[in-house]
Design a protein around this ligand. Structure first.
Ligand code: HEC
Length: 163
């Protein structure tokens, strides 16, 4: 009887081990097969575009915590692109990102901290120039970003600080 119980426990623990081993190797395969080629650069760029647009309206509306939020999202997105170590069509995309976007975000960061709209506006021009300079350096000069000329009604979001 005792031996049967021990044998059963042994079988159970072996079966659990086998299941765990299977799961670990599946996870390993999933993480090691992610190559720079899988990095969704276009989607990240779409997100940068959205944040670059919204930060403008947040600052115009004097909603500095919201502006800070979009600044941080852009900084994190830049970090993700940098860590993906991308070289696309011969262009060192991650190296270009590292050289161009974080430096352009420094002035924006300071303007937000100081709640200084004129300073924000001048650094915003620098930010858009950095987007386009990097597109040119990364074989995508045909993607040209501009400062927003539309109104915030375009978005289903209120940018002004809520009472
Ligand atoms: C590495 C330098 C680099 C920087 C900095 C950069 N981009 Fe890009 N961007 C690219 C590359 C490369 C592509 C092409 C992506 C692809 O085809 O996978 C791209 C594509 C795009 C696209 C096309 C994707 C779409 O959804 O229409 C937009 C929009 C865009 N970038 C916006 C921006 C904005 C806004 C900024 C600045 C806040 C910016 N980018 C900064 C390199 C950069």
């Amino acid at each position: 009887m005792k031996t049967a119980v021990i044998a059963l426990l042994l079988i159970l623990s072996l079966a659990t081990n086998a299941l765990l081993w299977q799961r670990v190797s599946r996870l390993e395969a999933a993480t090691t097969s992610a190559t720079p080629a899988d990095f969704p650069l276009g989607e990240n760029m779409g997100y940068l575009q959205r944040c670059a647009d919204k930060i403008w309206f947040a600052a115009q509306a004097g909603n500095w915590p919201l502006a800070r939020y979009y600044h941080d999202e852009m900084a994190e997105t830049a970090d993700d692109v940098i860590h993906a170590k991308l070289i696309k069509e011969g262009a060192p995309v991650s190296a270009n990102m590292s050289a161009m976007l974080p430096p352009a975000l420094v002035g924006i960061d300071q303007a937000i901290a100081a709640r200084d709209l004129p300073s924000f506006r001048s650094h915003y021009t620098g930010l858009i120039q950095a987007c386009n300079a990097c597109h040119a350096a990364s074989r995508h000069s045909f993607i040209h970003i501009a400062e927003p000329t539309h109104t915030s009604d375009f978005w289903n979001q209120q940018f002004s600080p809520q009472p």
